[in-house]
Design a protein around this ligand. Sequence first.
Ligand code: SF4
Length: 381
Amino acid sequence: MHHVYLHIPFCRRRCSYCDFSIAVRKRIPARDYVAAVLREVNLVLGGQRGVVPSCDGLDTLYLGGGTPSLLPPPAIAQLLDGIREKLRIPHSAFRTAEVTLEANPEDVTRENAEQWRHAGVNRVSLGAQSFDARVLEWMHRSHDAARIAAAVRALREAGIDNISLDLIFALPVELRRDWSRDLDLALSLLPSHLSLYGLTVEERTPLARWISRGAATAPDDERYADEYLLAHARLAACGYRFYEVSNAARDGRRSRHNSAYWSGRAYLGLGPAAHSFDGRARRWNTPAWDAYCRALAAGRSPVDSEEVLSDEQRELERLYLTLRTAEGLALSDLPRPSPSFPVWVEQGWATIARGHVRLTPEGWLRLDSLVRDLTGAPATG
Ligand code: SF4
């Protein structure tokens, strides 16, 4: 198993649009969390989780959340050391692995960043989202715009220069968010990577309630398309390449971890709500922090459920994942000749070259419907 994901569920408060599995806590139960995850690793090694790591190396380790940067740096070090020792990952493999920590800007100080780096973290994904104070407040984010630049500076001073920024676009019109300005400010920080996500309205979030009582408008498709295409043009002009529908990087700075997901590789997920995949079956842990912690304290597996993918599901997923990427889909891998491609190319949704069909930004805006068009089956998530 060369790819490990660790879900750290704690947040200070819930952002207005977020439906992730999180635990809002003022005090972070760091000791309990580390103990629970290391118990889970023991169960994995004992074969009680279905996924047994091969222990021969590690290519990527991703600490996602939640807000992993809320875990005190010594707990992060203990966690990474514990995982490395238990999975018997050689130090040499750990040194060359991509180890990413998701961080909120307000948690990034030079001191924290230095401790993260000493623990093995060499890539940080910063939840910037916007540089507009009003927008950040509307999102219920805890940082202000100035903190983002300060965080980037602190990371570089601490020796972490592989920095990704997350931004959200297609916000409700009444916010009058200046997307162009936000892109300029993000690019002025020279990040190595950018992840851009369109706002979606999830049930049972503050945003969904605001919309249902008329206090906010739902994001609209036209705005989504305009802002998405503007980001493509602006980032391309600054030397970034979209290597996946939502992710752009400078040369050599693609996320190795996410690339592993998109190429269908196996991964081990640890922590509440974490998913694992062994190439055939997907398993996911119980999402609630308290239930996860209780199960492990009692020596029980935290796995909530599993799904064994049929050949048909795997094929659909493969088509969907490859079309998300800039490499695109090899024509020789198509289940059947598709009569749709000439239309896709004519409409400017795809190009065909060197035996591959690759979606253009306009095509990525229609990804779901193009996959349906190709297979005649419903598209997956
Ligand atoms: S910090 Fe991230 S995980 Fe936590 S509530 Fe906000 S969006 Fe959700």
